[in-house]
Design a binder for this molecule. Structure first.
Ligand code: AKB
Length: 319
């Protein structure tokens, strides 16, 4: 019997992963927590609580009281926001992870942890195309530095204390249920909202900036697959490359125009352009495919269709 704790259940990943985990383990066994109220559908369907992962004492109390066996720690300050308050972002991203890792060392019931890393662990000196699992990692952003340090801590705790912490280097995640907040890949979410609401979008990245991206359903499936794979299959003790698809703002705009012919895009690059320029354009995820059977279903066409329909439905539920 598993009892799952999701930290960051009100966020972009958490709001969808919680639903998938409840389907798998039963509503009553998945505790949705965040520092703010979780969405109503999640709150009404199963247990939830306000919980601050930075409060290590309350955290450990919660984990023991609810006999938690698996933790999904999804709370983080993303790349764009982290550049505005670097030391705060470092503190939140690192201390929250260390609180969880330290807890797993002492609470025996906790036997598996998921923590997301990111393509942000790569930097300007990393080969940009088909970026390998094991390659140069010299991130130039605070967020990237915190994710790389987090990966090292995960590997350290895995080997030193024989824990089972698993991780994915997510690419940009695209979803309509909960909006992204503070990342560099957020343009690829915002563009759909503005296309539906205004018929136009001003991109904060240049037209030919290619980045790896993934539709949330593929990311959730990948996460569940990784977390249910036999432990002996997990050869990467830090974090797995996961690539999805790669596209530019111009390419996604072209795709949207197939559905909204009058859609207009303009470009006004801001402080996030150098962040995007420092990241890979495409990712090699063959190790994840071999170890735990990673597969993705959504290409740019399918993703555009489902995003436009999802955003339209959100704003005009009766149409
Ligand atoms: C961000 O843009 O900061 C995130 C990420 C790629 O980790 N979406």
């Amino acid at each position: 019997m598993e009892n799952i704790l999701v930290i960051g259940a009100a966020g972009q990943i958490g709001s969808e992963l919680t639903v998938a985990l409840r389907k798998k383990y039963g509503n009553d066994h998945v505790f949705a927590t965040d520092i703010k109220e979780v969405p109503a559908d999640i709150k009404n369907a199963g247990p939830s609580a306000i919980l601050d992962v930075m409060d290590d004492k309350r955290l450990i109390h919660f984990v023991i009281r609810h006999k938690i066996t698996q933790i999904y720690h999804l709370a983080a300050v993303l790349s764009g926001n982290a550049e505005k308050l670097p030391l705060q972002a470092w503190h939140i991203n690192m201390q929250s992870l260390l609180n969880i890792l330290d807890l797993a060392k002492v609470v025996e019931d906790v036997h598996r942890i998921f923590w997301p890393s990111s393509i942000a662990v790569f930097g300007p000196t990393t080969p940009k195309q088909n970026t390998a699992q094991l390659t140069v990692t010299e991130p130039s952003t605070v967020y990237g530095i915190s994710k790389l340090a987090g990966e090292r801590w995960c590997e350290y705790f895995n080997t030193r204390y024989d824990l089972d912490i698993r991780s994915i280097r997510y690419p940009g995640l695209i979803s309509y249920k909960t909006e992204a907040g503070g990342g560099t890949t957020d343009y690829a979410v915002e563009i759909f909202y503005d296309a539906v609401k205004k018929g136009k979008y001003e991109s904060f990245l240049k037209e030919n900036t290619a980045l790896p991206m993934m539709f949330m359903k593929d990311a959730v499936n990948a996460t569940v697959k990784l977390m249910t794979a036999p432990k002996e299959n997990i050869t990467v003790k830090s974090s797995y490359n996961v690539g999805g698809i790669s596209f530019t703002p111009k390419q996604i705009a072209e795709e949207i125009k197939h559905h909204i012919p009058d859609f207009e895009i303009s470009y006004k690059p801001d402080f996030r352009q150098p962040i995007a320029d420092s990241w890979p354009q495409s990712i090699n995820d063959s190790v994840a495919q071999t170890d735990w059977g990673l597969e993705t279903k959504y290409d740019i066409k399918a993703l555009t269709e489902v995003m436009l329909n999802g955003v339209k439905e959100k704003f005009n539920p009766n149409k």
